[in-house]
Design a protein around this ligand. Structure first.
Ligand code: SF4
Length: 530
């Protein structure tokens, strides 16, 4: 079955079943009524994007989205095992849905994502009312699995890996229902080849597989044609994008290259060869940044998350040379102690990290930097933590996600703690360290934000402020939230210039100067092609 997305004037409830009886449209009193769905997401951006894909697949299958689970015929819980208490949250939600299913026997419940990949059969052991369990490598099979369950009963389907040549398995090759019309996420790579001791991703998402260069560029062209102006490139380790493609390229390099023109889409072009002018291995992520930025209609390009050990000068140069790429770098430090970094298997020292950061700031004018830091990793001493404080102060972050370490079952760190419980940092010590780190981060972010008072910055309008609907919110190129007064209403997704009047720790305040680019996105309705 091949899907495509297009703009249509009317929703055909189920394009897959034009010629026959459609099981996705219920007949009530002689009136056809589409079945309904709700996708609930627990987790990171990758999960949110997977949820957009699941929504796209369900809508292509004729289901209509609802906001209240009581109104849904299908509920999909898309889980994450990276965040704390993920399983408590999942089983709490499933416990609640058990009562709903008792009242509404036709309700189908599906559980997907990292936790499903990791816990597999135990989900149905603990929650027998779940109809479908699917993992991270077969999100694209959600609809088929729901259909199978409706006909044959509950099903668990977990694949060990994504097949490299299975185009449907790649996130953005599928239909999506974007949560925000003017901005699109593009998964450029799935999986991770690293082995950070605290992280479950390699176990549940498998090794790195990059999508082909040409396919990504073609997809951004399609998004831009639909009016999407902001693109975020997503991956677990975006700046190693293309490492596997380079190997594939070497395999085709022995053959005569066929991509002499962009219209001649040979193997080499799809591997990124179109963007090379010689036969050396290229840092394809920087090429991708440049190529995405060049596409007509793309106004902003962001990416997350890069790994410091793989960050190359070419990437900073591409960021600086491509005006569409925003001046924001998320650069996860995790710890400032070399001892802890080694125990985490991060592959860099604090000194090397700071050198790369200085290089980035020297090459990219006005760069804002955010980070992730874990405190209380097993064995972290007071001296280790002091070093983290020093590095965080030296890095002068604009913002940071800081976490108190909590072991994720299945990771090396969790196994280590089980073997040597004495390595655990007492919770009260970790919390005290967390607070001290927060103070350091807040100091630098307040300083950075106050330094922007008097500047005029471009923002993407994100709609009325949740706390005060009389002002609008927007996001700067440096990824800072701005609340600004506007005498006119402005459509979400428009670009505007805002005079910054005040800098706070986590946001800016300002006044509208002018709208520079009205939103031009259209509502995208997915349809299925047979
Ligand atoms: S780089 Fe490390 S933290 Fe990031 S996804 Fe891979 S293993 Fe996890």
């Amino acid at each position: 079955m091949l899907f495509r997305a297009s703009l249509v004037d009317e929703i055909n409830p189920c394009n897959q079943h034009r010629d026959g009886v459609c099981s996705h449209v219920a007949s009530i009193g002689g009136v056809s009524e589409s079945r309904t769905y709700l996708v609930k997401t627990f987790g990171c951006q990758m999960n949110e994007h997977d949820s957009e894909r699941i929504s796209g697949l369900l809508e292509a299958d004729g289901l209509v989205r609802v906001d209240d689970e009581a109104d849904a015929d299908v509920i999909v819980l898309n889980t994450c095992c990276i965040r704390e208490n993920a399983d408590n949250k999942l089983y709490g939600a499933l416990g609640h849905l058990k009562g709903l299913k008792a009242q509404k026997p036709g309700l189908q419940i599906a559980v997907g994502g990292c936790l499903a990949q990791k816990d597999r059969d135990s989900i149905r052991d603990r929650a027998g009312h779940v109809d479908v369990v699917f993992g991270t490598h077969n999100v694209h099979r959600a609809v088929e699995l729901l259909d199978h369950a409706a006909e044959h009963g509950p099903i668990v389907e977990i694949l060990e890996a994504t097949a490299r040549d299975d185009a449907e398995a790649f996130p953005s090759a599928l239909l999506t229902v974007r949560e925000v019309d003017h901005a699109g996420w593009l998964t450029i790579q799935i999986g991770c080849d690293n082995s950070c001791a605290f992280c479950i991703v390699p176990a549940v998402r498998g090794p790195e597989i990059s999508r082909s260069f040409g396919e990504l560029v073609a997809e951004v062209q399609q998004l831009a044609a639909d009016g999407v102006s902001e693109i975020t490139l997503l991956g677990q380790n975006v700046n190693s994008f293309g490492r596997d493609l380079t190997l594939a390229r070497r395999a085709v390099a022995a053959r005569e290259l066929t991509a002499d023109s962009p219209d001649d889409l040979g193997d080499a072009w799809w591997c990124g060869e179109r963007w090379t002018d010689d036969r050396r291995a290229r840092p394809l992520f920087s090429d991708l940044l440049r190529s995405v930025g060049e596409i007509d209609g793309v106004h902003r390009v962001r990416f997350t998350s890069p790994h410091p050990k793989d960050m190359r000068t070419e990437t900073f140069e591409a960021m600086a040379a491509t005006p569409e790429v925003c001046e924001h770098l998320h650069f996860p430090l995790q710890s400032g102690s070399d001892t802890v970094l080694t125990a985490m298997h991060r592959g860099y020292t604090a000194e090397r990290y700071l050198e790369k950061l200085s290089e980035a700031r020297a090459i990219i004018a006005g760069l804002a930097v955010s980070t992730d830091i874990i405190v209380g990793f097993p064995g972290e001493t007071d001296a280790d933590f002091e070093r983290t404080l020093e590095v965080a102060a030296a890095a002068e972050y604009d913002s940071a996600f800081t976490f108190v370490f909590s072991p994720r079952p299945g990771t090396e760190a969790a196994d280590l703690l089980q073997a040597e419980p004495s390595l655990a940092v007492p919770h009260e010590v970790a919390v005290e360290r967390y607070e001290r780190l927060r103070t350091v981060i807040e100091r630098s972010s307040l300083k950075a934000n106050m330094g922007r008072v008097g500047e005029v910055e471009e923002v993407t309008v994100e709609g009325p402020s949740k706390k005060d609907p009389s002002v609008l919110t927007g996001r700067t190129r440096r990824n800072t939230l701005v609340h600004f007064a506007s005498p006119i209403s402005i459509k979400t997704g428009s670009y505007a210039m805002v005079a910054i009047t005040e800098g706070k720790t986590n946001h800016l305040l300002g006044n509208l100067i002018e709208v520079t680019m009205p939103a031009r996105h259209r509502t995208r309705i997915p349809v299925a092609a047979g």
